[in-house]
Design a binder for this molecule. Sequence first.
Ligand SMILES: Cc1cc2nc3c(=O)[nH]c(=O)nc-3n(C[C@H](O)[C@H](O)[C@H](O)COP(=O)(O)OP(=O)(O)OC[C@H]3O[C@@H](n4cnc5c(N)ncnc54)[C@H](O)[C@@H]3O)c2cc1C
Length: 399
Amino acid sequence: MDFNDTPEEAAYRTRARDWLESNVAEHKAQGHADDMAAARAWQARKAAAGYAQITWPKEWGGGGGTPIQSVIFGQEEAKHPVQYGYFTIGLGMCVPTVMAFADQATKERFVGPALRGEEIWSQLFSEPAGGSDVAAIRTRAVRDGDDWVVNGQKVWTSGAHYSDYGILLVRTNPDVPKHKGLTMFWLDLRSPGVEIRPIHQMSGGSNFNEVYFTDVRIPDAQRLGEVDAGWKVALVTLMNERLAVGGGGGAGPKEILKLAREIDAAEGTLLQEPAFRQKLADWWVQSEGLRNTRMRTITALSRGQTPGPESSIGKIIAANQLQDIGNSAVEAEDQFGIIADPALAPLKGLFQSAVMNAPGLRIAGGTDEILKNIIAERVLGLPGEIRTDKDAAFKDLKA
Ligand SMILES: Cc1cc2nc3c(=O)[nH]c(=O)nc-3n(C[C@H](O)[C@H](O)[C@H](O)COP(=O)(O)OP(=O)(O)OC[C@H]3O[C@@H](n4cnc5c(N)ncnc54)[C@H](O)[C@@H]3O)c2cc1C
């Protein structure tokens, strides 16, 4: 494992740092009507400089760079207050799927506007009956001339309420085993018959939606991949999802240490309590383990290798730690723990936000249990799950 930049990486980091410093200052000075307007402006600025999608080819507006350059830019960008989440799903998962499976004209129409933040995409996979088991989805598409007619329901669709387009996985053939009767399409989310209903969260926000389809007509020309071969297309999206879903959320051992110094306890501050010190030591060791695991990934990227399954391990540990630290901090804040307002809560409500977001992080992009299955089967080589539904026709499976 190598903790240092190579001379080329150090030079790239300096260039990225310099670009960020002057451009973040100009971006802030411009002033923007709202968070979305600021996000679009920042995305356009990055796209113009080749920093929007560093690993994408230049012909598609990317930076033509390497994964390690992307990591370096991400590390430097994280030091500035320009973290906007609106484009992560589109650029991380949906548009790469479009790039892999759409025709040239479709790619030319959509890749640039998405990259520049002009259009936003959603991923319409999960349904009430199909989450971890994506192949269990029931939303149905039936062929009618040059169109397909779609009926059904999606759920947990992040950002659908502000998105323009989506990639949609549907069942086109219920007479074959579940993985063999799916097809993928791209669609305009303002098509007649699409109804987007925001879901209200405990944080007060509404980032997810239920999306209903009633006789929605999608031209066959909007199909991504072959009819009934949507599982292959979905796997490309899901592989990118594992890379795009991030880790922790800023509420780590250093932050709770700061809080513990300020909170009164029976004798002195919370930091002097043996039970708390024990927990803090555990979090610290975990964080160092995570940091070293991330360095292994970065070292592999730096050497031009593909990182191994350690990202699955990292996500389980980071999401659980975030939840544990958030809960412990809010409990330690006692009656003040209930105040989530960033203007009033300690550390601008960092821990309150961790309490509300960590449960979702443990589910999104692979639940703890699914990631443990992956580690058991692919890392430890343990026997796979017994799957009795693999060869049965989908229509014969229990609902
Ligand atoms: C923050 C967030 C954002 C999301 N954004 C999107 C989005 O934009 N688009 C989209 O399509 N979906 C999205 N989702 C949905 C997400 O993909 C699903 O919630 C996830 O796949 C889990 O599916 P489920 O909720 O149906 O739970 P289930 O799959 O029903 O699982 C329920 C429980 O059973 C466990 N379990 C299931 N199968 C197994 C097994 N084989 N072995 C052991 N345990 C098992 C699970 O781990 C879990 O604990 C989002 C979810 C979250 C939390």
